[in-house]
Design a binder for this molecule. Sequence first.
Ligand code: ATP
Length: 279
Amino acid sequence: MSSVSPSWLQPLATPAQRDQAYVSVQNVHKTYATRNGEVHAVQHADFDVAEGDFLSLVGPSGCGKSTLVSMVGGLENPSAGCILVGGEPVTAPRRDFGYVFQDATLLPWKSVLDNVLFPIRTQKRPVAEYRGEAERLLRATGLWDFRDKRPSELSGGMRQRVAICRGLINDPRLLMMDEPFSALDAITRDDMNLMLAQLWDQVHKTALFITHSIREAVYLSDRVLVMNARPSRIVADIRVPFARPRRPEMQEDPVFNSICSFVRETIHAGHESRSAHAG
Ligand SMILES: Nc1ncnc2c1ncn2[C@@H]1O[C@H](COP(=O)(O)OP(=O)(O)OP(=O)(O)O)[C@@H](O)[C@H]1O
């Protein structure tokens, strides 16, 4: 790697910008007590996310990505440190959050449309008022013609699209997506990436996205945080220098490929230094 930092590589943790942050993760740690002792899942996570940014977390398996995003989403509590979203401490899941997980977990007896509207029903909001939004989302993701189908009649990619529509139906200010495409084949995954990039041009939401695919992270994101293997830390912060709308040709650009190489090398360097420690 060159010793001159490229312009897309940002300094780590810039607290001076904290006032403008929408999501603020402040020196967060998470330790799990297990039968075999303590597991330090996340250590010293300290970063902010501006409103409207699509931010991806990449890093080796087990480095704490899901734990970190679960804490931001109020599904887990930090052992130390604090997380603010919109200036409010996060202590539990919130109505203005949306979630999409690796497994779409759709209700098998409900139609596509009813699955998308399900959070509205559980939150006891007036379903009729959200039908227009459900239609808009289903059209934007190419699912409108399948609105009356059951999940078992859909492909894996279609089920994940339903899960994304469901995550967006209540117009969340923050959407968390934990490896939503990891169970899909490579061709479907490419299609999902194009679909999500186009959807983001319309919805402009703040998003936290976890993926093992470096190219997917760089293609979809405004910003990519690279995490090291445990004890996990954020080791690189990249501002992806491509305007929206994102075009598939972006993936042929030398800068795109330089960023992907940098992320890969950074992750591998963490692995190597850990192996050296272990030895
Ligand atoms: N509920 C839990 N109890 C005990 N340990 C846990 C728990 N949840 C996660 N861990 C541990 O915390 C560490 C971080 O897990 P986490 O799932 O956050 O990593 P990850 O980076 O998302 O992994 P992957 O990429 O494989 O999904 C792992 O060592 C994991 O075994």
